[in-house]
Ligand binder design. Structure first.
Ligand SMILES: Cc1cc2nc3c(=O)[nH]c(=O)nc-3n(C[C@H](O)[C@H](O)[C@H](O)COP(=O)(O)OP(=O)(O)OC[C@H]3O[C@@H](n4cnc5c(N)ncnc54)[C@H](O)[C@@H]3O)c2cc1C
Length: 402
């Protein structure tokens, strides 16, 4: 019998509900505190790849993931006049041949993971942890709203800007590896009438994309801007962030002007830095980090959701295998570190693919994309991604109690 009987998870994103599933399976009681009033719906498209698909299958959500696919059928780079200059295969279309990547909206994935856990998980919405006090037998937790409680273990699954990490390890600064780019995504009208299609236009170091999936209203606009250093714009008000985007894409051609003006009315304007989290340790006493809070690989890697799913499986398995929490947390970290490192390492190539820094770079990328069948053989981003996504051998699930 494991020494850990009840666990507080901060964050009901991808890692949180996935961990709740596995803890329950091992007879450990999960409580999840989520800052939002409900699991957050909608959002951008994410891929679940490689080993994470095996985890999804073990959780019984793989069919749901396939059924909720974005259905993306084609993707093209376009020039300033909107002419398609190179076609690349979106990940959803690739699944037919490769079978190791599934694309869906983040909100659909969160719902698929969250719904089955509501039968056995205590969810505290609209609340947040405000203080953590470690004791030999557990952690005293204070909340903004709920009464203080003691838990055997606290898991910070509260994302890139984790409050748990700040409380247990200190401010975000030393853990950040800024990848010299900012990203913004929002919903806009589908004025081009796109049908399950991605269009992407580049200026040096910048990308502007528009995509449509039948799983969401309208279309999604995505803006990616490279910079030489941190400007702090990610922490400024949305109005300033929109101005930053307008300046970055001034004279960009294609649909840039229209899309930028539409960000003003978008109900879900998202803006953040493209940042990785690199921490020397993921646990301090009985507080442990999971998913983006521990090791955000950045959207440029496209592997954050997959790392969160796999991490939840590994962490719960080690808690079930070890009596002493410290031994479980050390084993979790030892298992996950190489996998995380492999997936964080591909982010630079991901950025280079999405937004090459020079006009020559854009032309070379387009030429490589046109030669797509050769791409995997010349070590393109896709093949690096597929290799990293498979770089962990899953243990068999630990035996369930009783
Ligand atoms: C634009 C973009 C594109 C992406 N594309 C991909 C992709 O193609 N493939 C992929 O695998 N990944 C992708 N990702 C990354 C992916 O979304 C994340 O890596 C993944 O969601 C991480 O899961 P998580 O559960 O660790 O954190 P999150 O999903 O961020 O969930 C954290 C949860 O914690 C909650 N929370 C935050 N603070 C608190 C608090 N103080 N108290 C309580 N709750 C709190 C939040 O509301 C949220 O529900 C992308 C990310 C972005 C931004």
């Amino acid at each position: 019998m494991t020494a850990v009987q009840n666990v507080l998870i901060s964050g009901a994103g991808i890692a949180g509900p996935a961990l709740a599933h596995w803890l329950h399976r091992y007879g450990i009681a999960p409580t999840v505190v989520e800052r939002a009033p409900a699991p957050r719906s909608g959002g951008y498209a994410v891929d679940v790849r490689g080993v994470a698909l095996d985890v999804a299958e073990r959780m019984g959500v793989l069919d749901g993931i396939a059924e909720h696919g974005t259905g993306m059928a084609s993707a093209s780079f376009v020039d300033a006049r909107g002419r398609r200059i190179a076609d690349f295969t979106p990940s959803q279309a690739r699944t037919a041949s490769e079978g190791r990547s599934r694309e869906l909206l983040r909100g659909d994935l969160v719902r698929l993971l969250h719904e089955p856990t509501t039968a056995y998980t205590e969810y505290l919405y609209d609340d947040t942890v405000t203080a953590l006090e470690q004791a030999p037998e557990g952690v005293h937790v204070s909340f903004a709203h709920a009464a203080p409680r003691m838990f055997d273990l606290v898991v910070g699954a509260d994302g890139l800007h984790s409050t748990t990490r700040a409380l247990a390890f200190g401010p975000e600064g030393p853990f950040r590896r800024f990848l010299n780019a900012y990203i913004s995504i929002c919903t806009v009208p589908n004025h081009l009438g796109l049908d399950r299609e991605v269009l992407l236009h580049n200026l040096p170091g910048r990308a502007i994309a528009l995509y449509h999936t039948p799983r969401a209203e309208g279309a999604k606009a995505m803006f990616l801007v490279s910079t030489r250093s941190e400007t702090g714009i990610d922490r400024r008000p949305a109005g300033e962030q929109r101005r930053f985007l307008r300046e970055a894409f001034a004279g960009a051609g294609w649909e840039a002007g229209r899309l930028l003006s539409e960000t003003g009315a978008a109900p879900d304007f998202y803006f953040d830095s493209v940042t990785q989290i690199r921490a020397r340790s993921w646990s301090a006493g009985r507080v442990v980090l999971l998913g983006d809070a521990a090791h955000c690989p950045s959207p440029a890697s496209g592997q954050g959701s997959s790392l969160a799913l796999v991490g939840a499986h590994v962490l719960a398995g080690e808690l079930a295998r070890h009596d002493a929490p410290a031994a479980a947390l050390a084993a979790y970290e030892a298992r996950m570190r190489p996998f995380v490192a492999a997936n964080q390492a591909i982010a630079d190539a991901g950025l280079g693919f999405l937004a090459p820094r020079t006009r020559t770079g854009i032309a070379v990328r387009n030429a490589l994309v046109r030669a797509a069948p050769l791409l995997s053989r010349v070590g393109g981003f896709d093949s690096k991604l597929s290799t990293a996504a498979e770089a962990l051998e899953l243990d068999a699930p630990a035996p369930a109690p009783g």
